[in-house]
Design a protein. Structure first.
Length: 143
């Protein structure tokens, strides 16, 4: 009898997005959207430098993630047929990822929720909220 491949799948994926590096956050969004596409619930917990990815557009209409080190790679990804940052962010939103923003991380970065994009629904919380949201038979990954 073949093994049941679904038994190895996590019941939930909880990603801690703490790096302020474009490639890491891009990969977190790619991982989250892939999990969501196969019906694994996902929570993205943005903290510290990772919060920059969710910053509002600046006065010139540029999203905050363009301030991330490595962000110019997004144009290269688009040319290569790799999903762009905005495409992955939209996929996560449309596939109902939970976007949680760390209150401590906001304070550490001297930001408030008013500084974040308004096209994403956020859950406020801290580490206790995030860990309460995780599941015993899920996976927690730090990116």
């Amino acid at each position: 009898m073949p093994p049941d491949n679904n038994s190895a799948r996590p019941a939930k994926l909880s990603l801690v997005v703490f790096s302020g590096d474009f490639a890491r956050i891009h990969y977190a969004l790619a991982t989250a959207s892939a999990a969501l596409a196969i019906d694994i619930p996902v929570t993205l917990f943005f903290t510290m430098g990772g919060i920059t990815a969710l910053r509002r557009m600046d006065g010139r209409g540029n999203p905050g993630w363009l301030m991330l080190p490595g962000a110019p790679r997004n144009a290269h990804f688009a040319k290569q047929g790799v999903a762009t940052f905005e495409e992955l962010l939209s996929a996560c939103r449309e596939l109902h990822a939970t976007f949680m923003v760390c209150e401590m991380g906001l304070r550490a970065e001297n930001l408030t929720f008013a500084d974040l994009r308004d096209d994403i629904a956020y859950e406020e919380g801290g580490l206790v909220t995030f860990l309460t949201d995780a599941r015993a038979n899920g996976s927690v990954v730090m990116i």
